[in-house]
Ligand binder design. Sequence first.
Ligand code: EPU
Length: 420
Amino acid sequence: MDSFLIEGGVVLRGDVNISGSKNAVLPIMAATLLTAETCVIRRVPDLSDVRFMGKILESIGAEVQFEDHTLTIRAANVRGFGDYDLIRKMRGSICILGPLLARLREATVSLPGGCVIGTRPIDLHLKAIAALGAELRVAGGYVHAKAPRLDGALVFLGGRAGPTVLGTANLLMAATLADGVTVIESAACEPEIIDLADFLKAMGANIHGAGSPTITVTGVKELHGAEHEVIPDRIEAGTFAVAAAATGGSVTLRGARPDHLGAVLDKLQESGVRIERSAGALTVRGNGVLRPVDATTMPYSGFPTDMQAQLMALMCLAPGTSIITERIFESRFMHASELMRLGADIAIEGPSAIVKGGRPLSGAPVMASDLRASAALVVAGMAAGGTTQVNRVYHLDRGYEKMEEKLERLGARISRVPGE
Ligand code: EPU
């Protein structure tokens, strides 16, 4: 397993191009199952999760080509039975259930497992599919869904922790080919849902209200092939913004969408970081002095759970006490103990991390436990004195395209050490 070696204490400067969004492209890839015609998706990040989703689509019969950040997918002949082991390994693959069912009226997919950030149930996905009239059976590690016809329905999709992003995506896709009107209440408002709806509309779907808590879908008889350019990755942009702030540097994020980053930029500004917006870019300037801030993760447009670990790393550098509360996933604090190996002072109390920042960090070997935890450790390693080895960076490769090369171009002393 590869690791990163980081020599800390370098100030990041320069420009970085923000790649397409991982969490937008995964459901968009699933949506190509809704038509037998060819779909072309551009600005696709070259990530292991994207390649993995491509393999899943191939395992059910789709032809997938991925070249030069462009995916060409033709799902002319698909079967409603996905490869058990492939699907089980990637949580995002649950969103093939809706489109497969809508296209074939029958689908069997394996239940995705939990992961280190929490148990990650799929009850809301199942509620959504059942509301359209599908018969569901969960047995032997599989979900079997069958529906001779799908009928539009009013579906309230809010759960214990608020709306569900991929659950909304699943229902949105299934509803495009249902008979009649589906109204999704308490829908996720994330930009990735708007991007999926834009792609579905380009395929001929009739959707109103994506990006708001109420989405209305009027079913159509069939969808056709379409071309689409994926939105920039707001979490990659946020991570580079935090890295700039943590090193007291100045980084221009080319292609970043400030309108998708409201809560993150607000927290950075509150902690003393300067943000300049210009056409097609965003410049983040740290001045070396950080103030502590409190943050609570929430569904969009609140502070994203996918930026919680990176903010925690930054707050380790801000003299004073910050309280970071995680309200979306129950055990998304695995990075805290690894940050403590670098010298951070963090106490976990229920859903909150109390960070006493300002102690100097010093390099150490640390273990990445999930994608965003890994990003936090890279940020902390760049701000720490000495050498930090971040092990198991395959987590990072799932969601950040060539992160070490992008950081190196900004001046970071970072290298990939290949594992056996
Ligand atoms: N939930 C349920 N029941 C369900 C589905 C979700 O109770 O059927 C709960 C979850 O346990 C959680 C909350 O609802 O407490 C929100 O989860 P959500 O369903 O929105 O998460 P997701 O759609 O599975 C996507 C992203 C995650 C991101 C979350 C929240 C993708 C592929 N994944 O997951 O991204 O953290 O939304 O914004 O889009 C990441 O990129 O590192 C990542 C984990």
